[in-house]
Design a protein around this ligand. Structure first.
Ligand code: DAH
Length: 355
């Protein structure tokens, strides 16, 4: 049919009229474009009729041409008017949808939660201040002298090895013994504050020191190269192991409840004599109550007192050091050290209240 030269005036008029009606009902610019493709595109009645004109007899061409111009103009006008109307409506709808109500409540600044380690260190400090002890925190970059020599570590003690200790490159200092060129280290223990405090504050001294310490350990479920210790040091006339034991038990009860207690096992530390490992009776231990190793302790070695210019025949002292992370893992049955260091606020939120 298409290739026989028939100009179907009725069909094209009906098609364009139908198109104009549909345009009037269109509800989106996308729909409008689809209607234009259908009623005025390459495959439309309008295009087919226009192509026919060339094949018509001369006398028919004029009327057919005029009809087609009118139909095309009618269609174009209807399309343009509707397009303007729909575009405006769509713009308006988009503006309304994107309206920002600046008075709405926002969660852009969610509340954080204190890290349980900070909270626990405060608990420990509260325990000591309630007994009238002072709280200190020495420097984290420390001279090798305070971290080792003053604490009676021999020059070849394995703890000084690069495998355990972070040495700070290029830094040398004059240490308290007046020795120029003492290496600087990241302190490996809060015990480094013992002689510093004794020299600075004198005796009698009751002092607790909490803070970060550093060792060249890989981060895994039970180790981290940066961790926290609490060091306690008491130097006075007439202090004995009984004072040490009593203080440890009181700390255990404050941290772990009324059933907690400690026991001592003989051990060795260069800065205490005698020395002991301290175990904690932990009632809520997973798998039933039991002993858990919690730290080291002992009577301050006379050499340490001498490093601070104190006469060991007049004064005696006791000291202990406990790991803060370890206390936290025990207390809350946390199995992985990663949880403590990753800084995920959802972890801290669990401890946010009532701790
Ligand atoms: N500083 C020791 C450590 O990091 C722990 C320690 C042991 C501290 C015995 C003390 C002590 O005060 O008397 O392994």
């Amino acid at each position: 049919m298409a290739d026989t030269a028939v100009f179907d005036e009725q069909a094209v008029t009906a098609s364009v009229t139908e198109g104009i009606e549909k345009i009037a009902q269109a509800s989106s610019t996308d729909e409008l474009k689809a209607l234009r493709a259908h009623y005025a595109g390459g495959d439309s009645e309008m295009t087919r009729a226009s192509k026919m004109i060339g094949k018509l007899a001369v006398e028919e061409k004029k009327a057919a041409g005029q009809l087609m111009s009118k139909l095309r103009a009618d269609f174009g006008r209807a399309f343009a008017a509707k397009e303007t109307e729909l575009k405006q409506a769509e713009e308006q709808a988009a503006l309304e949808a994107e309206t920002v109500d600046v008075t709405m409540p926002t969660d852009r600044h969610p509340l954080g939660a204190r890290h349980p380690l900070s909270a626990l260190m405060e608990d420990i400090q509260d325990f000591f201040t309630s007994m009238g002890w002072q709280i200190a925190d020495g420097p984290e970059v420390e001279t090798e002298w305070y971290d080792f020599d003053a604490l009676n570590f021999g020059p070849d003690h394995p703890a000084r090895q690069m495998q355990d200790t972070f040495y700070v490159k290029g830094e040398k200092a004059t240490d308290a013994a007046g020795f120029k060129g003492s290496n600087m280290v990241m302190r490996t223990q809060t015990s480094s504050d013992q002689v510093r405090s004794l020299l600075g504050k004198g005796v009698p001294l009751y002092l607790a020191c909490t803070g970060r310490v550093f060792r060249t350990d890989e981060l895994d479920a039970t180790h981290t190269p940066v961790f926290h210790q609490c060091e306690a040091l008491a130097v006075d006339k007439g202090l004995t192991m009984a004072d040490l034991k009593g203080t440890l038990n009181a700390l255990a009860v404050a941290m772990f409840g009324p059933e907690a207690k400690t026991r001592l096992r003989p051990s060795y530390f260069p800065f205490t004599e005698p020395s002991a490992e301290m175990d904690l009776w932990f009632p809520d231990k997973k798998g039933g109550p039991g002993w858990i190793e919690w730290g080291g302790c002992g009577m301050v070695n006379p050499n340490v007192l001498r490093s601070a210019g104190i006469d060991p025949d007049v004064y005696t002292g006791f000291a202990f050091g406990v790991g803060v992370e370890r206390a936290l893992l025990l207390r809350h049955d946390i199995n992985d050290m990663h949880d403590l260091v990753e800084g995920d606020v959802r972890f801290s939120e669990q401890f946010a209240m009532g701790e």
